[in-house]
Design a protein. Sequence first.
Length: 287
Amino acid sequence: MAPRISSYMSSPVLAVRPTDTLAYARNLMLKRDVGRLVVVDSDERLVGIITLSDITEALVSRFPTRTIDTILVEEVMTRDPITIEATRSTKTAAQIMVKRRIGGLPVVDSGGSLLGIVTRSDVVRAFADKYRGKFTVGELMRRTYARAERGHSLYYVSRLIQSDPAGKVIVVNEAGKPIGVIAKRDLVFTRIDAALASSRGKDRYVKVKTTRRYADRMVSARVYITPIAEDIMTPDPIVARPSDDAATAAGLMVREGIGVLPVVDDDGSMLGVFSKIEVLTAFAYRA
């Protein structure tokens, strides 16, 4: 039997106000290493939820001419988010997340008061705890996935990320072996200006501070680069084999704070991906 949400939810929950700026929400996500925040009004009532995907879409597509400190949370957030009671099962949470294509649910009590939040990672942790030995990675992995090469532009990568169910891009070398992973948070947290410059298709570059020697002294300088996939990827990704236990692999993702494992054969070549999406789908409909 799947455990209750109350055993896996996060509480207290991080929250922002509708009138806070996107810059504030982004910085809070970065500081606390989370991918979503609930939005509450002045009476602490739940009015929305904002995610990394919302921030990416806002900056790249919805408000490309505005700066991040001029966009308000209420302009971007999902209003009246789907909630779930703490007494429901993690399996039910998985079913809702898969059906609605969302990564988190505010958790409420029987009276509708906010208690916490349960995320995709929390449900994956429950799967890892309860379903060891039931599935292999090969049974659950996805063979169709987003892949890029190290020299692809951030415009190309951002398009791939938007199309991938897990919001991840596997960067491969010339031999088709995984050398890195790019996630939405890499665009939002590390090089958002670069992503914007590339996605708008303009001849713009990103300023990077550096130091260099001039005569007999070191001076500060600015150089201009055009970032590519290799610049923002997380290198040397952890991989899985088709024969690995799926629950063990799910636990590895939770412990390492990652959302996808490239699945490779004995030669290290790509076979597919095993992400939190595959875990949730198995939990929802096969466990």
